[in-house]
Design a protein around this ligand. Structure first.
Ligand SMILES: [Zn+2]
Length: 303
């Protein structure tokens, strides 16, 4: 659990992760963390943020399943409970980005592959599915299922192989060293390859509506908040061009909506909704809802 008071030596000051300058102005404070806006490129990021040692520990164990999960916790209470919704979401995202890929066969790498739901989808679509997962238990479970996975940060990825598809779903907002990450992505991407990312959009309608209560504000783990402009700028700097960018969301059922209502403090509405949950036919229904995220497809610029 994220402690309510964290000692100062667990924090570090950072420059803008997109343009690397150190000039910034306050944006807001969320749960004791300071969120700033770069005065040069307008990138929004957490500064100071938790240091690398603390952040590495967050992802290493119990990230996907934990007892006594609270809204201020990192990671998930039980990731597997919503696996069926994730499969629907991943299939929908795939259908959205597939027309922009230069090839539909070859090596694929899913960075932050969690329990391997998207690796399964990739395999079924004919890709050679590879993954990176930092959570040791999830990594071991994937190995036991014979998946090709590594348990190291993307920056340290050491296989001398290139990929036709690299996916980073809800990952880049967590990355502590975007420079090293994007340099590595450039080396790992084949000339016919595409990178597909999903990340929260700081300029989304949802962010404007909910302000500091926007559920994507989890400053202990979401340390970078991109907009279409800043993600373009980052892509440019590392030799990529963005060929597709659109809003995206995820499938949600009534339990998910109930959870979000509680998160936003709508307790009475949540109680009413809970009564509907017991009605036949409602419990298993799912809808695609906007989450204030964007789906981005990038390719190498020289092509
Ligand atoms: Zn900047």
């Amino acid at each position: 659990m994220v402690p309510s008071v964290i000692s100062s030596e667990k924090f570090c000051q950072c420059n803008c992760p997109v343009c690397l300058t150190d000039r910034h102005e306050p944006e807001c404070h969320v749960k004791g963390f300071s969120i700033v806006r770069c005065t040069n490129c307008k990138m929004v990021y957490v500064n100071p943020r938790l240091n690398d040692v603390v952040i590495r520990e967050i992802y290493r164990k119990n990230y996907f399943i934990k007892k006594d999960y609270s809204f201020n916790d990192f990671g998930y209470g039980n990731y597997d409970l919503t696996a069926h919704l994730r499969d629907k979401t991943f299939n929908r995202w795939y259908a959205a980005f597939a027309p922009f890929l230069m090839t539909h066969r070859g090596k694929a790498m899913d960075v932050g592959c969690a329990t391997g739901r998207f690796l399964n989808i990739l395999k079924n679509k004919g890709w050679e599915a590879n993954g990176i997962e930092l959570d040791v238990d999830r990594y071991n479970a994937l190995l036991a299922k014979k998946f090709r996975v590594k348990n190291i940060p993307i920056e340290d990825y050491d296989r001398n192989e290139q990929y036709e598809l690299i996916t980073l779903f809800d990952v880049i907002e967590h990355i502590t060293h975007l420079d090293a990450c994007f340099k590595k992505l450039n080396l790992m991407l084949s000339d016919k390859g595409s990178i597909v990312m999903v990340t929260p959009n700081i300029e989304s309608f949802q962010k404007k509506l909910f302000g500091k209560k926007w559920f994507q504000f989890k400053p202990w783990e979401h340390i970078s908040y991109f907009s279409p402009k800043t993600v373009h700028r980052l892509a440019e700097r590392f030799g990529f061009k963005i060929i597709y960018l659109s809003e995206c969301g995820q499938y949600a059922d009534m339990s998910f909506v109930h959870h979000r209502l509680l998160r936003y403090g709508f307790n009475r509405t949540a109680t009413l909704l809970k009564m509907f949950l017991s009605m036949p036919g409602i419990k298993d229904k799912a809808w695609y809802v906007g989450t204030g995220s964007m789906l981005i497809v990038m390719q190498k610029k020289s092509l």
